[in-house]
Design a binder for this molecule. Structure first.
Ligand code: NAP
Length: 244
């Protein structure tokens, strides 16, 4: 059992989630680094945290599987005795015009981005410590409404709605529920399949004229998880360099 506050970061093995896991560990949280299949990546995040004097465990669970998510939360309780922060970061994205999007690809995005988030929110609603924090990852594409992003953006628009409603349902427990909506961020999810020219064009959409690094997003999440962020509740905070 630990005296440290405990944070679960879903999809903490790579990209934005890995940066969030490292940042929260720096802030003193014991971090559960959840992952789907990339054991080596999750282990390397855990090793970095432990080498820096922090505390972390890697825990595999497919968030789309409600029973696996329940087992994950039970394992966290058994290992740490508490859970204070949930960061719903795990997500996938497949881009195509709606008319050409295969049913299996639609299902996968709904299963992971939407049902997966519902699965972890349900467990957190029942188990999070009073005074806890929930931070869901959305996307600025909900505001930009770009072609090819319809299904992905729709799953994240739903995540923003879940955020606002759960914040109200947790009344009286001093738990905040917020979403962070990044713009283009340098991870596999964003960069895969895009030419340098396209990345450059998307970077120029922001007045700050660059894409985000995962750390840019991790800082915003860490703020919402910190005492300083305690008065922000039920909100979606767009972190995109000013794009929308
Ligand atoms: P990424 O680099 O592709 O990493 C995705 C992470 O999610 C990995 O750790 C992966 O685990 C995990 N994951 C995927 N499916 C999972 C499942 N079913 N169960 C558990 N974990 C699962 O993605 P990212 O760019 O960091 O994105 C993180 C979040 O930010 C996502 O919700 C995404 O929609 C959102 N976002 C990203 C951008 C961007 O430009 N990158 C912009 C806006 C919003 P494995 O390592 O095991 O595969």
């Amino acid at each position: 059992m630990t005296e440290r506050k405990v944070a679960l970061v879903t999809g903490g093995s790579r990209g934005i989630g890995a940066a969030i896991a490292l940042k929260l560990a720096e802030e003193g949280f014991a971090v559960v680094v959840n992952y789907a299949g990339n054991h080596a990546a999750a282990d390397s995040v855990v090793k970095k945290i432990i080498d820096a004097g922090g505390k972390a465990h890697a825990m595999q669970a497919n968030i789309a599987d409600a029973a696996a998510v329940q087992a994950l939360f039970e394992r966290i309780e058994a290992t740490h005795g508490r859970l204070d922060v949930l960061v719903n970061n795990a997500g996938i994205m497949t881009l195509a015009p709606l008319g050409q999007m295969a049913p299996s690809v639609v299902d996968a995005q709904i299963d992971i981005n939407l049902k997966g988030t519902i699965n972890t929110l349900r467990e957190a609603a029942n188990r999070l410590q009073d005074g806890g924090r929930i931070i869901n990852l959305s996307t600025s594409v909900v505001g930009l409404k770009l072609e090819n992003y319809a299904v992905y953006a729709a799953t994240k628009a739903a995540v923003e709605t879940l955020t606002a409603i759960l914040a109200k349902e947790l009344r009286g427990r001093d738990i905040t529920v917020n979403a962070v909506a990044p713009g283009p961020t340098a991870t596999d999810l964003f960069l895969q399949g895009k030419s340098d020219e396209l990345v450059e064009r998307l970077a120029k959409m922001a007045p700050l004229e660059r894409i985000a690094e995962p750390d840019d997003i991790a800082h915003v999440v860490a703020f919402l998880a910190s005492p300083a962020g305690g008065w922000v509740n039920g909100q979606t905070l767009r972190a995109n360099g000013g794009t929308v």
